[in-house]
Design a protein around this ligand. Structure first.
Ligand SMILES: NC(=O)c1ccc[n+]([C@@H]2O[C@H](COP(=O)([O-])OP(=O)(O)OC[C@H]3O[C@@H](n4cnc5c(N)ncnc54)[C@H](OP(=O)(O)O)[C@@H]3O)[C@@H](O)[C@H]2O)c1
Length: 299
């Protein structure tokens, strides 16, 4: 029997922040952590969606749920969100960088970055940097990536996809950036002697809003067909959330680890350690991405 929510140790007294917490894997992550006694800060871009997700969890008897307004498509939101956490709690045990957007038509974030790179990577990097001073020494940062990392390439000459925008290419780039960020953060934390762990996790393929939301007016018949064909392979959102929950709570999960499902080539199953994309193992590429991203965040 693989690792399940039942294996999560007590989270009593711990404070966790989960981005994209109103639906999908984020919601399942909140549910599991709250069930185990954590106080969970649901960081969401839509206050009303967050409020209804919280109400549903409260009706199920869960407690300790708070809301933080955070639209990662606008880096100016990150500072105020971190200040709210500082003011209300003063500290944090867990940060789960879960929110994500997949394959939308070309859009830019408020600061002009391609939306997926802006939300999935830059927004989470900025949030992590803002919250790091609040993280306890035995705290963890878990960044959610995807199997798309294995197809990803960092488009160094045009990170914003100003030319030849490819919806899935840009998604893969952002998910490769997620795992590169998690590993580079791990390296930097270790060098500084910090006890904080940085880990990455991917859910395989899980039935959430992500597949539906990426079917747009630009989607061709093949994409619609692919979504239908893959549907039977999708696991539930609660199974998909297990790798990030394992990274966040298992005592055996070490900084720099990367978890994904253990079956069907990482598409389904229970959490296991798995390899990251080759580009993420290259420390010079990671350092380059870190400094370019810092410049973009600070611009
Ligand atoms: N499901 C899968 O098979 C799969 C596979 C690989 C990786 N992943 C990764 O898993 C993570 C969770 O995805 P999911 O499957 O649970 O998708 P989902 O059901 O679509 O949930 C995505 C969450 O991210 C939030 N979000 C989107 N843009 C945001 C922004 N600008 N600021 C703040 N929050 C924002 C969404 O908010 P709204 O509800 O307001 O839109 C929602 O809460 C993502 O990082 C995704 O890349 C999922």
């Amino acid at each position: 029997m693989g690792w399940t929510v039942a294996d999560i140790p007590s989270q009593e007294g711990r404070i966790a922040l989960v981005t994209g917490a109103n639906i999908g894997l984020g919601l399942e992550t909140v549910r599991a952590l709250a069930m185990k006694g954590a106080t969970v800060l649901m960081a969401c871009r839509s206050h009303s969606k967050a409020e209804s997700a919280r109400s549903a969890l409260l009706e199920q008897g869960l407690t300790g749920l708070d809301l933080i307004d955070l639209d990662l498509a606008d880096l100016d939101n990150v500072g105020p969100a971190a200040e709210t956490v500082q003011r209300r709690y003063g500290q944090l045990d867990l940060l789960i960088n879960n929110a994500g957007v997949m394959a939308p038509p070309y859009q830019r974030s408020r600061q002009g970055h391609e939306l997926q790179f802006g939300v999935n990577h830059l927004g989470h990097m900025a949030l992590t940097q803002a919250l790091l001073p609040l993280l306890k020494q035995d705290g963890r940062v878990v960044t959610v990536t995807s199997g798309a990392q294995y197809f990803g390439r960092i488009r160094w000459h045009d990170l914003a996809w100003q030319e030849n925008y490819d919806r899935f290419g840009a998604y893969s780039q952002s998910k490769l950036a997620n795992v590169m960020f998690a590993l580079e953060l791990d390296a930097r934390l270790k060098r500084s002697g910090s006890g904080i762990r940085s880990l990455a996790a991917h859910p395989g393929m899980a039935r959430t809003n992500l597949q539906r939301s990426n079917l747009t007016a630009e989607s061709n018949q093949l994409e619609h067909l692919a979504v239908k064909l893959f549907d039977p392979l999708l696991q539930s959102a609660s199974m998909g959330a297990l790798p990030q929950l394992h990274a966040a709570t298992a005592s055996s999960a070490a900084s720099g680890d990367h978890f994904g499902p253990d079956r069907l080539g990482g598409l389904r199953g229970h959490p296991t350690r798995c390899r990251v994309a080759p580009a993420a193992r290259d420390s010079s590429q990671r350092e380059r991405l870190w400094s370019v991203s810092e410049e973009l965040i600070q611009a």
